[in-house]
Design a protein around this ligand. Structure first.
Ligand code: GLN
Length: 490
């Protein structure tokens, strides 16, 4: 079987068994990127040192040195995560020429597990968006239908895994940016609990919501990556000291007796009929696996989008204040300091980012703070309380990841509200800090992927991964790949 058809755990086994070298493996994926990236635009940049790193690993293996658990495995990293000495742009002109002098903690951990960073993937500017159309480097196309979006903001990471330009990738999720593109591209995407994975070296969008996580074909591969990237980091003050469970060990524990809650409201209003049918079919699979399905209520989630689109821009307006042209970013020509600030921010940021900075600044300003930010924070607390109540009755919450399959490029660019509604099922998990995973279910009748979301209690990623893995043992939807040459779809 060709390397690109294999899952990461199998590739690692073959590398360890000496059936394939790291150099051949990296070369295989570099060749695929060479052939397909022009059409998909999934990568902003390919790493120049990937082959060199692979050769070094092969040498060390030959010399009998002990290697890390991902030795020789190529991995793609979202371009909002710092890799030392490699340009890290967050999809923005503002950071077009920024090369961080340090690695993000997760990059450091992946490198010490001897994984090979193969390139940096495309994203919505500063992770603001649901379609990857807000990238300074142009949109990414969905390999299942190249006239459709891959989702966002981690659209490059999702598209490259779906198109097998990299076996696995890393994304970040502030309101759905791992799960929504995973759903649109037919892969598995996990947003861990807030604090589970270090944010050190992740270019901040909304710091109380941002989380880094794996984007893979299977839940098992996500468990493998989580075993490397999860855990306390003294460099991230919000990182949790909570014990990290053995994500791989519990995967096969049967689901008998696990209680799964379904919120009927989430399966009605505004939901595409095909998405609804496929999610209901998936519920039957979980029943067969021995899970008990129960109805639950999450009354405050109806306000989640409104709360999120106040809180996230408020935090962003503060986080993005540092990009002023004085320190390390793009600097526009100007005659005096004030004009320099104005031109730098005017020319360096795209429209969506500017819109959010203005919204956030407005909502935090004196006289409006109580009406907007404070109120949104109270709604956030109520959403969290809804979950606390629900998780007294059930262990997991199941529903769709997105209300529709992938939409067309340009379909929502003129209507921000329609774009924001793509996040309706995903933002609540970020507001509550709980983990959530998206897994592929049966595609639509026109062959577009559909995702199912499972949400769990804080720090219970192992239950999510276990349920997702067992669903994938029973179904084949996660094994499907888009056919080459890539097609469009009306
Ligand atoms: N689509 C959401 C937004 O635009 C979420 C983005 C994200 O998770 N980074 O804010």
């Amino acid at each position: 079987m060709t390397l690109s058809a294999l899952n990461a755990d199998v590739i690692v086994d073959q590398l360890n068994a000496g059936e394939v070298t790291a150099t051949d493996c990296v070369q295989h994926f570099l060749d695929r990127i060479q052939v397909h990236n022009a059409e998909l635009n999934a990568f902003i940049r390919v790493s120049e040192s990937a082959l060199e790193q692979a050769e070094a690993i092969d040498q060390r293996r030959k010399a009998g040195e002990s290697l890390g658990c991902l030795a020789g495995l190529p991995i793609a990293i979202k371009d909002g995560i710092c890799v030392s000495g490699q340009p890290t742009t967050a999809g923005s002109k503002m950071l077009e020429n920024f090369s961080p002098p340090y690695d993000a903690t997760i990059v450091e951990r992946l490198k010490s597990a001897d994984a090979i960073i193969i390139g940096k993937t495309n994203m919505d500017e500063f992770a603001m968006g649901s379609s990857t159309e807000n990238s300074f480097f142009g949109p990414t196309n969905n390999p299942w239908a190249t006239n459709r979006v891959p989702g966002g903001s981690s659209g490059g990471s999702a598209a490259c895994v779906a198109a097998r330009l990299a076996p696995v990738a890393i994304g970040s999720d502030t309101g759905g940016s791992i799960r929504q593109p995973a759903s649109f591209c037919g892969i598995t995407g996990l947003k861990p609990s807030y604090g589970r994975v270090s944010r050190y070296g992740l270019i901040a969008f909304a710091s109380s919501l941002d989380q880094i996580g794996p984007m893979t074909r299977t839940a098992k591969e996500s468990a493998l990556l989580m075993s490397v990237i999860a855990g306390f980091d003294p460099r991230d003050s919000t990182s949790s000291k909570e014990q990290v469970s053995d994500f791989l060990k519990s995967l096969e524990t049967p689901l008998a007796g696990v209680r799964i809650g379904v919120c009927r409201d989430h399966l009605n209003e505004g939901l595409d009929v095909e998405v609804k049918t496929k999610i209901n079919d998936a519920i039957s699979v979980f029943k067969q696996l021995g899970a008990n399905i129960e109805e639950i209520e999450l009354p405050q989630t109806k306000s989640a989008i409104a709360a999120y689109y106040i809180i996230a821009p408020c935090e962003a307006s503060s986080n993005l204040a540092r990009y002023d042209g004085v320190r390390y970013t793009f600097r526009a020509q100007a005659n005096d300091l004030e004009e320099m600030y104005r031109n730098t921010r005017g020319q360096g940021f795209g429209d969506e980012v500017k819109q959010r900075i203005m919204l956030g600044t407005y909502a935090l300003s004196s006289g409006y703070y109580e009406a907007y930010y404070l109120k949104a924070s109270k709604v956030r607390r109520m959403i969290k309380q809804d979950y606390d109540e629900a998780f007294k009755k059930v262990d997991l919450i199941l529903g769709p990841t997105t209300p529709t399959p992938a939409f067309k490029l340009g379909q929502h660019t003129e209507d921000p509200l329609a774009m924001y509604l793509a996040d309706i099922y995903t933002v609540s998990a970020n507001l509550a800090g709980i983990p959530a995973i998206s897994v592929p279910v049966e595609p639509s009748s026109t062959g577009l992927p559909i995702g199912l979301q499972l949400q769990g209690r804080a720090f219970e990623e192992n239950t999510l991964l276990r349920a997702a893995h067992q669903f994938q043992n029973e179904t084949l939807w996660h094994t499907a790949s888009p056919s080459e040459p890539w097609r469009t779809q009306s």
